[in-house]
Design a protein around this ligand. Sequence first.
Ligand SMILES: [Zn+2]
Length: 232
Amino acid sequence: MFYFDYIEGRKVLKSDLLSDLEHFFTTRELCLFSKEEDMSANRKLVEDYFGVRMATNQPVHGVDIAKVEADKYFYEKTDALLVEKGAAYMNFGDCTPLVFSFSKGAMIAHAGWRGTAQSMAKVAVKRICDEYDIKPQDIKVAIGPAICGKCYDVGQDVYEALLATVNGAGQGFAQRDNKYFVDLKQINQRQLLECGVEQIDVCPYCTACGEKLFYSYRYEKTGYRHSAVVKV
Ligand SMILES: [Zn+2]
């Protein structure tokens, strides 16, 4: 279950499934990145709270994974950060944040439709299992706030590319009024289940509809982002 907590009085979202891992998802009250405004004061607030500097990435809608190294804080052209020790944050504009927790560390991954079509979730699970010799059943995953299946209509080509990543239509896919709708949180959940991950927490919040807790790139054309943050 997702629940709200506060970092220095600012509202953030956490998953109780990941109680072993320091992590959170930002709301509008603690934005860490914007193309319109310098957010370094908020990042400093989090770094002071954790007591360590955070690494981040330049997303390119691929499935490359970078391992965070000591004294390196920026990772170009990568959509997942593997953290054995240290802290990292990753920014999202409606795309799906995946936070993996396992005995040896954590990973944040960026799964928009392109990443999901390339099965980012399955690539991440394989990397964690191969690198640390653990089983998918021992990985916990929180799927963070992202655009929901009612708000996200896509072209037929995108719909079919996503459909090819799971065993048949059903949860995560809908057609109405000659439009195609996908729910990336549910599709990522299905990908994880299909590769053996059993412990999954799916965030109920949409970045586009409902309470304005998050920024939505698609519906507001904003340069502000929401972020997933971990500290190991
Ligand atoms: Zn929605």
